[in-house]
Ligand binder design. Structure first.
Ligand SMILES: NC(=O)c1ccc[n+]([C@@H]2O[C@H](COP(=O)([O-])OP(=O)(O)OC[C@H]3O[C@@H](n4cnc5c(N)ncnc54)[C@H](O)[C@@H]3O)[C@@H](O)[C@H]2O)c1
Length: 289
């Protein structure tokens, strides 16, 4: 496992690519436009400069990582030399299936194709490829440079060798792999988070307490670093919304549908910090108003 390809340079892809580069892998990150790649590079530069200034990393390590990291819109060339692909493109099944079919044609036969998807399971992608035994979920958490958990989830077609290779890779990236023995929508951490979130929304929609007070209770009574509403604003409210819809598509259970409150926010385009408004509002420097 030497050469990594990360597809998608958004919130997750850019940082996942940097995690791979910091761990010593030659890494390419692709996206649709040079603008997105330039934004990803400059946001990584400022984040890592801060880490150096705070003494969390050395300037030499960061320079070496940037030297191993290539930003390009040329997916085809990058895929042809990849040992492992981590797909972190938009959370849309048709986009991911098309990407997996394309990656399958381009990547060397030994390459493992993983998706960082939170809700789309690798069994929904494996049959778009001719290598279902080498397809799995490698699920990082936001922010990927910081969060140590990586869930490793295979479908019934994923080989033991693939599961072991992905688990070992996660460990070599300095992460703590959590291996699921079976696929289940939402995996482990987000299912538990979802149960807490559902309860927070129940309390809000029934007028029991405010957004602020529910978040405060989670932080000050339960020791959570962030309340559920603060976290939804940070990760993007549409992520949980789409995860719910995907889970409902599998289960058919109306309890899996997104809540009224979340649906209204998504329909208004109030997606959290990235749009300046979600459960809270934010000023231009990202501070809560
Ligand atoms: N945001 C989170 O907290 C989080 C956490 C864990 C997993 N995920 C998963 O990671 C994936 C990416 O999420 P994100 O939050 O980084 O999304 P994002 O919207 O920030 O980034 C997605 C990027 O993919 C690019 N893209 C779209 N189609 C592409 C294609 N065909 N080829 C290459 N790039 C393409 C977009 O231009 C965009 O830059 C999703 O599957 C999501 O479920 C997200």
């Amino acid at each position: 496992m030497e050469r990594m390809l990360v597809v998608g340079a958004g919130t997750m892809g850019a940082q996942i690519a940097m995690v791979c580069a910091l761990a010593g892998h030659d890494t390419t990150v692709t996206d649709l436009t040079d603008d997105v790649l330039a934004r990803a590079e400059s946001s990584l530069r400022s984040r890592l400069d801060r880490d150096v200034a705070n003494g969390r990393r050395t300037g030499d390590d960061v320079d070496a990582a940037f030297a191993r990291l290539t930003f390009t819109t040329g997916l085809d060339g990058a895929a042809s030399t990849a040992d492992l692909v981590i797909e972190a493109a938009v959370e849309k099944l048709d986009v991911k299936r098309e990407l997996f079919a394309r990656l399958d044609k381009l990547a060397p036969p030994h390459a493992i194709l993983t998706t960082n998807s939170s809700a789309i399971m690798s069994s929904q992608l494996a049959d778009a490829t001719g290598r279902p035994d080498r397809v799995a979920n490698m699920h990082f958490f936001n922010p990927a440079l910081v969060m140590r958990c990586v869930e490793v989830v295979g479908s019934s077609a994923t080989s033991d060798a693939t599961m072991e290779a992905v688990t070992e890779l996660a460990r070599s990236l300095g992460k703590e792999p959590v291996v699921l023995h079976k696929e289940i929508p939402g995996f482990v951490a987000n299912r538990i988070l979802g149960a807490v979130r559902d309860e927070a929304i129940f309390l809000l929609e029934n007028g029991i307490a405010t957004v602020e007070d529910i978040d405060t209770a989670c932080r000050t009574a339960l020791g959570y670093p962030m309340g559920p509403f603060e976290l939804m604003d940070l990760t993007g409210i549409e992520i949980g919304y789409h995860a719910k819809l995907a889970r409902h598509a599998v289960s058919g259970d109306p309890r899996d549908l997104p809540s009224r409150t979340v649906t209204e926010l998504v329909e208004r385009g109030d997606l959290g910090r990235k749009t300046g408004k979600g459960f809270y509002t934010y000023d231009e420097s990202g501070d809560r108003t």
